[in-house]
Design a protein around this ligand. Structure first.
Ligand SMILES: Nc1ncnc2c1ncn2[C@@H]1O[C@H](COP(=O)(O)OP(=O)(O)OP(=O)(O)O)[C@@H](O)[C@H]1O
Ligand SMILES: [Mg+2]
Length: 440
């Protein structure tokens, strides 16, 4: 098929085989157009199956379906491709499908024989979603292409595919900005120049593709920064002698978030985080049973006592029936909960890997902007469930049952603290954490 199309130089890599192609950077660099065109051209030459994936897709209009349809016209391939409502198919059998990964595990897993998977806005894809998607793209020679504009330095996708240099022979990591796009349109140029004058930091992020340290209006911004600075986001070992408690949020749209933590002396070891949606309670019970932890209590929000339509038992009752030990956390105001979380934070050590998606939720949990200023009301979005579950953990942290070893434990901790304070001779922190051995 002889179709003429030009590409920015940096996109030549799209035509060389590689497992992962990571195209990131600032706005207007030509990534989306280039990827759409390359896939359409390859698909016109030989039959391929393409999956266009993103973290969330509520309807086809969220997807790259429209972009591909426009490019089909631009490339003059209208006779070759048929644009259907939710798919695009070529006369040779090439097909494009469009899916959200989150909330859609079963469908994603059912895709077979995919040659190319294009993940648009890949920075939004969680660790759990990558864990589902990557093994699904398993055909010999299959490739995963991702396009995105960076956000936080700590975002999982950014860390895993851009910062982490292991596995580098299996990936092309290409940073692109408007400078790399010979077709950069004049309207975008004037918009860019206006942004540069108005807000240089915004310009650096949006147009130059620099990461940002912190989003604005993040509820736990300071707490998360300190956790990072004080090396409390690390590999956290599981202590077999102490029970693991779970802290649940039963969120909107069936989204459930769970933190797994154990208290060891004065430390809270946050071992893992799990969230999923569209799954019934049985799924989560099974998930817990499949971990090798020995469990203490399952702390639940007060709505775990609500009787849901069509179910005989409440969530609390179902957990009890399955042999767990549920405790409903007394209801408190959101603000009191957030304050409790702030006080609780300095004692927390998070497992960097297993808590990745929960940490992401805490880093993105933000206040709503009302009339141009931040309100004290957080936004209810995909990050709020993880943050809510964390709030319940803080509120439940004083629950007597958590303190299994009770008085003895406190005595040991106090002794430990006194010794540490003596050793430190009043300098630095109060001896919490650093002197308890496992952090070295
Ligand atoms: N191969 C191309 N041929 C002609 N024009 C192009 C090409 N690639 C990009 N453009 C022009 O550049 C503009 C920006 O490209 P594109 O939308 O692909 O950028 P992007 O890197 O995906 O940026 P964003 O951050 O906005 O998603 C397009 O709207 C189009 O006008
Ligand atoms: Mg784009």
């Amino acid at each position: 098929m002889a179709t003429e199309a030009e590409f920015p130089q940096k996109l030549q890599c799209l035509f060389q085989p590689k497992r992962f192609k990571i195209l990131y950077g600032g706005r207007g660099a030509g990534r989306s157009w280039g990827v759409a065109r390359a896939l359409l051209l390859i698909g016109a030459e030989r039959p391929i199956r393409v999956l266009c994936a993103r973290e969330f897709q509520n309807s086809i209009t969220d997807s790259v379906h429209k972009l591909l349809a426009d490019q089909i016209n631009n490339l003059g391939l209208g006779d070759f491709y048929e644009i259907q409502a939710s798919r695009i198919v070529g006369r040779n059998g090439t097909s494009f499908a469009f899916e959200g990964i989150k909330n859609n595990t079963t469908r994603i897993k059912s895709y077979e024989g995919i040659d190319y998977c294009w993940v648009e806005e890949a920075v939004k894809v969680s660790r759990a979603s990558w864990g589902i998607l990557i093994p699904t793209i398993r055909k010999d020679g299959s490739e995963i292409w991702m396009t995105f504009n960076p956000e936080l330095e700590t975002d999982y996708t950014y860390q895993r595919f851009v910062v982490d240099s292991t596995d580098s022979e299996r990936k092309f990591v290409i940073k692109m900005t408007w400078r790399d796009n010979p077709f950069f349109p004049p309207e975008l140029l004037s918009e860019m120049e206006a942004d540069k004058r108005r807000d240089p930091d915004y310009y650096l992020n949006v147009w130059e593709g620099h990461t940002i340290q912190m989003l604005e209006g993040v509820v736990y911004a300071k707490e998360m920064r300190r956790a990072q600075e004080e090396n409390r986001i690390i590999a956290v070992p599981y202590d077999r002698t102490v029970p693991v408690n779970t802290y649940w949020d039963l969120g909107r749209a069936d989204n459930t978030a769970i933190w797994f933590a154990q208290r060891v002396a004065m430390q809270w070891r946050i071992l893992a985080y799990y969230e999923a949606s569209g799954e019934d309670i049985g799924h989560f019970i099974k998930y817990l049973q499949n971990r090798s932890y020995i469990y203490g209590h399952a702390f639940l929000p007060h709505d775990a006592r609500a009787r849901r339509l069509g179910t005989k038992l409440t969530i609390e009752e179902q957990l009890r029936e399955s042999g767990m030990s549920p405790v409903v956390v007394p209801k408190q105001s959101l603000l009191d909960g957030i304050n409790a979380a702030r006080i609780f934070f300095p004692n927390c050590y998070f497992d960097q890997e297993k808590c990745a998606d929960g940490l992401n939720a805490l880093r993105h949990y933000r206040y709503r902007i009302v009339d141009g200023a931040f309100s004290n009301e957080p936004i209810h979005d995909q990050f709020s469930d993880g943050a809510d579950a964390f709030r319940y953990m803080a509120l439940a942290s004083h629950h007597r049952s958590v303190d299994k070893r009770g008085v003895l434990d406190r005595l040991i901790a106090a002794k430990e603290q006194a010794r540490a304070a003596k050793e430190n001779n009043g300098s630095g922190r109060n001896g919490r954490g650093g002197n308890l051995g496992w952090l070295g």
